[in-house]
Ligand binder design. Structure first.
Ligand code: N2P
Length: 347
């Protein structure tokens, strides 16, 4: 009798405990994110404050993340950080879930121009960071590097060893801009036209690498220039003052990365709590102060390093803005890019 009573008390305690720890969800949160894209201190503080453990898993391109999520990853991860250039496909493929706005009161901190994303995407994606892709180079080696994508795509303009980004839309997009096309072109003849120059660049390059690796290659000096993400180069400049970065005269890419909750997130409540935490003004500032990418969070601006707000690599000047094009979702035309990519990878 006594044993049964104790068992009942034990079970009741268990029920009460699980309900206060969040709808039966265990206290773990699994974040799948681009490498080197969050201040580890943000994670530690969140863990402490919410009494949870955050597990991070890393990727180097939206394409890799998308493929992994399609392979049952929506149960494996709670949060992902897709660029809007793949956001629509993620929604249409059922990889992310609708946000519960009531759990995200800090959405009000977003700057007005980031509050509503086109195509109803704001129901799923929350702006995380924004920035540019361009050319990073060693100022001690190629101080006069021509401000043109030609340094990759025209053999006569090559000025030393280089690497390109291991991300189809970005690298093919750069070639499209060099030939005066939109980096979001879905016209098969544009893609056909850039194939040979891309093949030539691939042969002459030291290969395709992720953004973080591109930075390391520049630091080590194994390449003189590379396609790279601006914020990453600002960050590395603290270690080496021989790094430069520019937006080629033919124009380049502007990106908006977001954070989203996977369709079958095992810890959806915590995932909402994490997004809301990131949107706090001070936490949002910490994110940009670490990553050196621009913030979409208006309330975070007062806490951002003043010299960063003046840094044209992070917040492009008007003249650069004019040459930047938002990288957009290619939809079904992504297949055209994949076909080019396969040709480059299977030479
Ligand atoms: C972070 C890379 C930025 C991602 N390491 C660009 N979409």
């Amino acid at each position: 009798m006594r044993g049964r009573f104790l068992l009942a008390v034990f079970l009741l305690t268990l029920v009460v405990l699980t309900s206060v720890t969040g709808n039966g969800q265990d206290r773990t949160l699994i974040l799948y994110i681009w490498s080197d894209y969050i201040d580890p201190k943000i994670i530690k503080d969140f863990e402490k404050r919410f009494q949870v453990r955050v597990i991070t898993s890393l990727y180097e391109s939206d394409d890799d993340m998308f493929a992994k999520l399609q392979l049952n990853g929506t149960k494996q991860y709670d949060l992902v950080v897709p660029s809007t250039s793949i956001g629509k496909r993620m929604v249409l493929s059922g990889l992310v879930r609708k946000l519960e706005r009531g759990k995200l009161p800090n959405l009000k901190n977003l700057a007005a121009n980031f509050r509503v994303l086109p195509g109803g995407l704001s129901d799923y994606l929350v702006p995380y960071q924004w920035g540019t892709m361009g050319v990073a180079y060693r100022t001690d080696r190629v101080p006069k590097l021509e401000r043109s994508w030609g340094v990759f795509f025209d053999p006569a303009k090559q000025a030393g060893p280089f690497v390109m980004l291991d991300v189809p839309h970005e690298t093919i997009g750069a070639a499209l801009r060099y030939f005066g096309k939109s980096l979001n072109s879905t016209n098969p003849s544009d893609l056909k036209a850039v194939l040979a120059p891309l093949e030539s660049a691939t042969r002459r390059s030291l290969g395709f690498v992720g953004g973080v690796e591109a930075g390391s290659r520049l630091l080590s000096g194994s390449v003189s220039y590379a396609m790279a993400y601006g914020g990453n180069i600002v960050k590395l400049s603290a270690e080496n003052n021989n790094l430069g970065y520019f937006i080629p005269k033919e124009g380049s890419e502007l990106f908006l990365d977001t954070i989203a909750i996977t369709k079958n997130a095992p810890h959806s409540d915590l995932a909402h709590a994490f997004i809301n935490y990131l949107l706090d003004p001070r936490v949002g500032a910490r994110l940009s102060n670490y990553n050196r990418y621009a913030t979409p969070n208006a309330a975070a601006k007062p806490f951002i390093r003043p010299e960063d707000l003046r840094n044209p690599i992070m917040y492009p000047l008007e003249q650069d803005m004019k040459r930047l094009e938002l990288i957009e979702d290619l939809g079904d035309a992504a297949r055209l890019y994949d076909a080019v990519w396969t040709r480059l990878k299977t030479r």
